[in-house]
Design a protein around this ligand. Sequence first.
Ligand SMILES: Nc1ncnc2c1ncn2[C@@H]1O[C@H](COP(=O)(O)OP(=O)(O)O)[C@@H](O)[C@H]1O
Ligand SMILES: [Mg+2]
Length: 382
Amino acid sequence: MELNGQPPRKRKKPVIVAILAMHDDGKPFRGNSQNFVDLIETGLKHGVHMYVITPRDFQLKRRSVPAYAYDRATNTWVRQHIPRPVVIYNRLPYRKDEESPEVQEILKKCMEHPHVRIFNPSFFNKWQLFEWLRKSQTTRSFIPHTVQWGRQVRLLPLFAKSPLIYLKPESGKAGAGIMQLRRLKKARQPYVLNIQSGKAAKTYRFRSIKRLKHKLHTLIGKERYIVQQGILLSHHEKRPFDLRVLVQKNGRGVWSLTGIGARIAGSKSITTHVPRGGSIDDPKKLLSAVFGPEEAERILRRVRIAALSIARQIESGSQSALGEMSMDIGVDAKGQLWFFEANSKPMRFDEPHIREKSLVNIVLYCKYLANRPKRKKKDRGA
Ligand SMILES: Nc1ncnc2c1ncn2[C@@H]1O[C@H](COP(=O)(O)OP(=O)(O)O)[C@@H](O)[C@H]1O
Ligand SMILES: [Mg+2]
C-alpha cells in the first residue's frame, strides 16, 4: 500500500543483544549485575533490547532461548524466552568459568556462526599482550622490557636497565600476586622484595640474587609470571600515579578513545589500584603538577594516539573481534609513556563522564553490529 505516493516505511526489527554471564546454582547468574542493569537501561534509550544469557541456556540452533530480563519495578531478573540474539557481549566474570570446556565450545560456535556476532571472546594473558605489541614498531616503543619467569631468568641484566623490577602473574588482575623488586645501593641486604598483600606490601630483604631467586621460586611455584622492567612513575605528593584509559569501538565500528582516568598509589602499596588503597584523580591536574599545563596537554594527546595504536595491534594479535579494552599506562619523569596491561573485561570507571560514555558506546557498537552482516569467515567473532 502506498500513502500519498510514499512507499510504506519498513518497520525496523528490534535489536536484541545478549550479555553473556555465567550460570550459577544459587542465583540467576554470576557477573556484575549492576553493570548489566546500567547497560540495559542505556540500551532502552537507544532502542536496543538487552538481556543476560548464560552458557547453560544458550542454544545456537533454537529460534528462541531462555534469558534474564531486568524488571525495573521490582528490581529483579525475570526468566523469559527471547528470540535468539545475533549480538553477544561477553561479560563472563572469571577466567575459570571462561576456560571451562563447555563454555569454550559455545564461544567457538558463536565465533564460527555465520550470523552471530560476538566480541571480546576471552580474557587477555599478560605475556601474550607483550608478544603482540613487540611485533609493531609503533607499539614496541611503549612496552617495558619483559621476559617470562623461569629458572633461566637473569635478574642482573634487568637491574641494569632499572633499579626496579615487577613480577606479575600472567592471568592476574587487580594487583593480585604482584611483586616488586628493588636494588639498593650500598646496603648490606641490597635486594628488597615487596609483595602486594591487601592494601599494604610485605617486605623481605636479601643479601644476594641467589637467595632472592630461591625465595621467588618458592613463592611463584608453578604459576606463570612475567618479569618486567620497572618504570619510575611520575608522582604527586610522593605517591606514584598512572593512567587508566578506556578504548572502545563506537557506533560506526571504529576504535575511539572513551576517556582517561588517573589512579594514585596508596601510601603502602606497590600498585595504584583503588581497592589497594589507591585513589582516583584527574589526569590533567596530576600531569600539570608534574610537567606544567601545556606539556600535560601534549602528553594526554600522545596517550590518546598511543592507546588507539595499542588497541589495534592487540586486536590484530588476538585474531579475534574486539569491541573494547581498558589499559594501564604509566608516565615516567621524562614524560615517556609505558604500557603495563590491557583488560578485555574493563571494570567500571568511577568517573561519571567516562562511565556514561562507555555504556553508550557499547550499546551503539552492538547496534552497529546487529545492522551489518558478518564479514568473511576468517574474521573470527564480530
Ligand atoms: N613495569 C612496571 N613498572 C612500574 N609500575 C608497574 C609496572 N607494572 C605494573 N605496575 C604498577 O602495578 C599496577 C598493576 O599492574 P598491572 O600490570 O596493571 O596488573 P593487574 O592486572 O594486577 O592490574 C599498575 O597499574 C602500575 O601501577
Ligand atoms: Mg591493571
